[in-house]
Design a protein around this ligand. Structure first.
Ligand code: NAD
Length: 732
């Protein structure tokens, strides 16, 4: 069976239908390209064929893109000289798309050729848009839920099958930039307004409209193949184009801090391609695309942010238990977290009972959903009907009796074990015996909290991050006695609300906070040592972290840091390793510099809460050292502080699957996404080098950098984490 079939119809129109076997959406693979090329050759050679319509056999979609499993492995599969192997492969792809674009025209006169229309029933992403861009006219069905665009940049690559070169030549660099650099997706009408597709037609007339056009003897020479073509908005040496490229370069570097190789390569391909004729531009695009594929970051990002993320979302670590979909959820505590949890649950169509101590507090929690929906309506993303339906699903009350019939409870009351225990007991008096009880605690051990329940096997941690509606990761924590049904319930719930789950075992700070705290602490330690604060935060940002450690502690608040420090110190006694950090934060707390919320922290803020620069008082208390450390040393301290904690979490069995460690780190705290996560980063730099660096850092800065036993063993065998932990960890 082949994914492409052709039907030559009596009126001379050949319809090529793409229908990937065994998939709900079309994806492209190497064989697909060959099959498509063979059909195009056949249609162009057959005198009875006047033109071609390329469409999809899937209802409501054209194609989801390239099979990313293939891209992730392309470098390994490209032979002894991978760069050359990849370049030849990419140029082969260009040749096929260029054949569609030229459609048999005379190379000199542009005469002849057959019109080829793309007819998109719906979603067209990645290669699923690059192929249509090579066609002569793109028709899209008026399907508002369809997404059209080139999202490659989101997984660390860029459109490398001519999509970059064609889009820039079709729209101009300025108009193409949000689509290429941000991977912005549009519905068909917006895609038409942006100039990406040429016509939006009623879905039931899609093929007929394309047919009319094909048979109308249309002009098919692409503007860039015509004499006198000028790039919309101007090429780089045109005064207007010059400004675009200067601005784009600054914007890309400002946003990415140079940490994402694909963005830089894309910009280079666009700039250099704009200076030369089309076919040379395709070659330049191919070279930069190969450059990105050769960088380990691209396969790392694809593996973590696409393949493994999806595997976790599909339940890679779900116990084999019948469906546990949630019908009615009780949320106890309508504060910041509870209000967000109610919102995302109702948005997923789940009935919600939202409880607080006072009716006003419960109502305020519910109003968070109303405000969120109002903003959605303003931005055209929601309707008043959807708002009413979502609010209808939420009952805000103080009455525990309303929890009857709930199959899941999520508790988000104050972070106080006594309050949580009382709430647990009161809830269990009302709900049925099969209801699962979850706590959203961020610091208290699940096993301890489960003591308030007479069914600890049905007690679990479901740890959301703030703000709930924005943060895509949910950390599920198994207490010592948590049973498989509770895990399945939590995973099915996270799937319903369309977030990404990781499942970890119970331990101090679970997985994510356990790694974030040493990151923040390492930054604070450096302040005490006299390292310039700007060097600390910028070093982190240049690694691709969304915020540096000092900015992060200002955002999460210094008194919270001090509270956690006191609790940890009390629990650990003499083993407590962070006295040097506490000295700084206790002093800051004493000075009333509590972070953004008090408009005063490591940074100064203006009246509107805008950051103004570092607080000069910091330098008075901790004078800058004359000799500042090397950037790489600062970066390695910040990186190793986190990744060693991740390795220890794995060694101790808190993490059971390195995929969860990698995906969780990127989604929870923005761990250098280009690296693919802590374990992939260690694999990229190589475990022997990692162990050597740990030894050096330990010597210079102390035992917190001691090489964990597991890492040492792997270094001795020159083994990577994804080798060591086998096939299960590599892909779904
Ligand atoms: P919050 O103070 O904003 O809200 C807590 C709410 O619980 C308040 O509205 C309070 O009135 C209510 N409450 C207290 N006792 C109650 C009781 N007996 N019955 C019913 N309602 C009661 O706190 P928050 O930031 O939403 O945090 C809630 C929980 O989530 C905590 O366990 C916290 O550790 C955890 N958490 C917080 C964050 C965060 O970033 N804020 C992130 C992850 C987890």
């Amino acid at each position: 069976m082949t994914d492409f079939t052709m039907e030559k119809q009596a009126d001379g129109v050949a319809i090529i239908t793409w229908d990937t076997q065994g998939k709900s959406m079309n994806v492209m693979n190497q064989q697909g390209f060959h099959d498509l090329e063979a059909l195009i050759d056949d249609a162009l050679a057959d005198d009875a064929v006047k033109g071609v319509i390329l469409t999809s056999g899937k209802e409501g979609s054209f194609a989801g893109g390239m099979d990313l499993n293939i891209i992730a492995k392309m470098r390994d599969d490209a032979g002894d000289n991978p760069a050359k192997g990849l370049f030849d492969g990419v140029m082969g792809m260009h040749a096929i798309l260029r054949k569609i674009e030229r459609a048999g025209m005379d190379p000199k006169t542009n005469k002849g050729g057959k019109p080829i229309a793309a007819a998109l029933p719906g979603t067209a992403l990645g290669i699923g848009l690059e192929i249509p861009l090579a066609c002569h006219r793109i028709f899209a069905a008026d399907n508002p839920s369809a997404k059209i665009g080139l999202p490659e940049i989101m997984v660390g690559i860029f459109p490398g099958a001519g999509g970059t070169t064609r889009l820039v030549r079709k729209l101009g660099a300025m108009a193409a930039s949000p689509l290429l650099l941000e991977g912005k997706l549009n519905d068909p009408k917006k895609a038409k307004a942006a100039g990406v597709v040429d016509e939006v037609v009623p879905a039931d007339q899609l093929i007929e409209k394309a047919r009319e056009w094909v048979l109308s003897n249309p002009e098919i020479v692409k503007p860039w193949d015509d004499k006198g073509y000028k790039m919309p908005g101007g090429a780089p040496y045109h005064p207007a184009g010059f400004m675009t490229f200067v601005g784009a370069s600054a914007m890309v570097n400002g946003k990415t801090q140079g940490a994402f190789p694909a963005a830089k390569a894309l910009l280079s391909a666009v700039y250099e391609g704009a200076l030369v004729p089309f076919d040379t531009a395709l070659k330049i695009e191919a070279r930069w695309f190969v450059n990105v594929l050769m960088n380990p970051s691209s396969s790392a990002m694809i593996r973590s942010l696409f393949i493994n993320k999806e595997a976790l979302e599909k339940g890679a670590n779900r116990p084999d238990i019948p469906d546990q979909k949630v019908k009615k959820v009780g949320v106890i505590g309508a504060g910041m977290m509870g209000a967000g949890i109610a919102l995302v649950s109702a948005m997923a169509g789940i009935q919600v009972v939202l409880i607080d101590q006072k009716q006003e507090a419960a109502d305020k929690g519910k109003s968070y959903t109303a405000d969120f929906m109002d903003q959605g309506i303003k931005r055209g993303k929601a309707t008043p009907e959807k708002k009413a339906a979502t609010l209808d699903l939420i009952t805000a009350t103080t009455d525990y009796a309303a929890l009857k019939g709930c199959d899941l409870i999520i508790e988000a009351v104050f972070e106080d074990p006594k309050v949580k225990a009382e709430v647990t007991r009161n809830v269990l008096k009302v709900v049925d015996k099969d209801c699962i009880f979850a706590t959203n605690t961020s610091t208290l051990p699940i096993t301890d909290l489960a003591q308030a329940s007479d069914r600890p096997e049905d007690f679990i941690g479901i740890h959301f991050f703030s703000p709930v509606e924005k943060m895509m990761l949910v950390e599920i924590i198994k207490g010592r006695q948590t049973g498989p049904r509770a895990v399945a319930k939590a995973l099915d719930y996270v799937r319903q609300i369309r977030k990404t789950p990781i499942v970890v075992n119970d331990a101090r700070f679970f997985y994510c906070n356990r790694c974030i705290i040493p990151y923040i602490n390492e930054g604070i330690r450096m302040v005490a040592e006299g390292v310039a604060p700007a060097l600390i935060d910028n070093a982190a940002r240049q690694l691709g972290f969304p915020v540096g450690p000092l900015q992060l502690v200002d955002e999460t608040s210094i008194d919270l840091g001090a509270k956690i420090a006191r609790a940890t110190r009390a629990a650990m006694g003499d083993d407590y390793p962070d006295a040097a950090v506490d000295e700084v934060i206790f002093w800051m707390e004493g000075e009333g510099r509590l972070g953004r919320k008090s408009n005063a922290g490591f940074y100064d803020y203006d009246d509107k809460g805008k950051r103004q620069g570092y607080w000069p008082g910091l330098a008075e208390k901790y004078p800058r050292a004359k000799a500042q450390p090397d950037l790489y040393e600062v970066q390695h301290r910040l990186m190793f502080a986190q990744v060693l904690e991740a390795v220890r979490a794995l060694e101790e069995g808190v993490l059971e699957d390195i995929r969860e460690g990698d995906v969780g780190a990127i989604l929870a705290w923005g761990f250098a996404p280009w690296s693919g996560g802590p374990f992939t980063w260690l694999d990229i730099i190589g475990t022997p080098y990692a162990a050597e660096r740990c030894d050096q850092l330990t010597q210079k800065f102390g035992p917190r950098f001691t090489t964990p036993k597991l890492l040492r063993e792997m270094a001795d065998k020159t083994q990577g984490f994804y080798d060591h932990f086998g096939q299960k960890s590599l892909a779904a």
